[in-house]
Design a protein. Structure first.
Length: 470
């Protein structure tokens, strides 16, 4: 094990990350940013000169204006467009850089694509929201194209917040027929809420498809529908290190298919926890089996299927299976507490600070006590019914909230196939009764369907068995 970082160092790194990842609504900004070669801003003009005083209007016009060694800066605001990086730099010392203007935070809302012809590009300090990426072609396993999609070489993504609000894959590196991604780096990003809910088994936070020597370093990868990181079918020589990977369908998978297999990939010094569908680390090799893959010196805990799947196509070495003691998992603050047994595993990696998040996205703790009064959420009745008026199965739920006044938004979860699935959202008062659309219950003596209510900020009810009537 490497030296455990001091609490002071962790706090300092977290504070620096918080400053770097300030939300798009931050009001402070520097008077100027001397690093910028060209600038774009909401309200600018694409026929302007691209200077601070005469900025471009769109992110696409900005990136098209950049040459090797140039830095393009986006002023604070949202750029609702699909952006393609049409050319890159010439070397590590002469990159094309696209970033937020110093002291501000810009959002690209749409697909970001780095094609095979564009190398030595750095994307940093941006909010990247792929929710409105173009739709996939008919018959595809996706509904919207991944974002960011990266086929170029020596591409760096750092200090970004990446999501698509549960619509598709986020990072996709390499694609057959479009380009093999070589030497790319994904570091110090928050990558979250990627992929369709309920799970489709296709949508991941980072999908390394056809890639060589990728480095995935010091990221927080959480609440993605399927894999946090998927190595499939042809990812070679990947290093996955210093990351927190929590609450994904599965954490990391080594995989392959047909004549391809992912080989020589190292997963080390990560904290990989609380996978909701299967294992925290697993493999799938239906044909040829990968070689040289290893998961070592990680802190792995709480996966729905256990910490590890069978060691098929990868080695398991010197891992800890303990609760990592996050500072505030419910608030998506994945820094490690001072007493964390996993602090030495991360070995000084700086965890990116918590982002802005909507209450309905957080993991809700059990009911808490404050000022001597306890807030409780209780389900008194849950019944499945096939109601003629609706022509489909519905779940009717009744209950109460004690210890908190006013109305609250809560959501209904049903436990099926070993995991909790969200089936509906409703506004709740002190006493509530409502119905939501739900799949047909599992009927039979050995198949009891459990139901609970989750109220962000207040807590969750105990699970109760659902009755049913025809």
């Amino acid at each position: 094990m490497q030296r455990v970082p001091s609490v002071r160092r962790i706090a300092t790194l977290a504070a620096l990350s918080a400053a770097a990842l300030a939300g798009a609504g931050a009001s402070t900004s520097s008077a100027s940013d001397p690093s910028c070669t060209r600038v774009a801003a909401p309200g600018g003009s694409d026929s302007a000169a691209g200077t601070e005083s005469a900025p471009f209007a769109t992110a696409q016009r900005l990136v098209d204006s950049l040459g090797s060694g140039d830095v393009g800066c986006l002023r604070q605001g949202t750029y609702s467009e699909n952006v393609t990086i049409n050319h890159g730099g010439s070397s590590d010392s002469s990159r094309v850089v696209v970033k937020s203007y110093d002291g501000e935070r810009a959002t690209i809302s749409g697909r970001l694509y780095v094609p095979d012809r564009s190398n030595y590009v750095t994307i940093e300090q941006l909010n990247l929201d792929g929710h409105d990426s173009p739709t996939c072609s008919a018959g595809s396993t996706c509904t919207r194209l991944p974002s960011p999609t990266v086929d170029g070489d020596h591409i760096v993504f750092q200090d970004n917040d990446v999501t698509n609000r549960h619509t598709a894959i986020c990072f996709n590196l390499g694609a057959a027929g479009y380009g093999r991604a070589v030497g790319d780096v994904i570091q110090r990003n928050r990558i979250h809420d990627c992929g369709r809910i309920p799970s489709s088994n296709h949508d991941h936070g980072i999908y390394l498809a056809y890639s060589d020597n990728t480095k995935v370093l010091d990221n927080v990868i959480f609440d993605n529908a399927d894999r946090g990181v998927q190595l499939y079918p042809d990812a070679q020589g990947t290093l996955i290190k210093g990351n927190v990977i929590d609450g994904n369908g599965e954490g990391v998978i080594f995989s392959g298919a047909g004549g391809s297999a992912s080989n020589d990939n190292v997963v080390e010094n990560n904290v990989i926890t609380n996978s909701t569908i299967r294992h925290d680390v697993e493999s799938w090799y239906p044909d040829i089996v990968g070689t040289g893959n290893v998961a070592r010196n990680n802190c792995v805990h709480g996966g729905a299927g256990g910490a590890f799947g069978s060691a098929y196509g990868f080695q398991i070495q010197d891992n800890l299976n303990v609760d990592p003691h996050y500072v505030d998992r419910g608030g998506k603050d994945f820094r490690l507490a001072a007493d964390s047994p996993c602090a030495g595993v991360l070995a000084g990696a700086s965890v990116p600070a918590q982002p802005d998040f909507r209450p309905d996205k957080q993991e809700v703790p059990p009911p808490t006590t404050s000022g001597g009064s306890t807030t409780t959420v209780t389900v008194t009745q849950a019944t499945f019914g096939h109601y003629r008026h609706h022509r489909r199965w519905r779940l009717r739920v009744a209950g109460r909230i004690r210890g908190a006044g006013g109305a609250h938004v809560g959501y209904v979860q049903v436990r099926r196939f070993g995991r909790w699935q969200r089936v509906g959202t409703h506004r709740l008062h002190r006493r509530f009764r409502f119905g939501v659309r739900a799949a047909r219950p599992r009927l039979g003596d050995a198949a009891v369907t459990m139901v609970r209510i989750v109220v962000p900020g207040l807590g969750r009810s105990r699970a109760v068995p659902a009755g049913y009537r025809r």
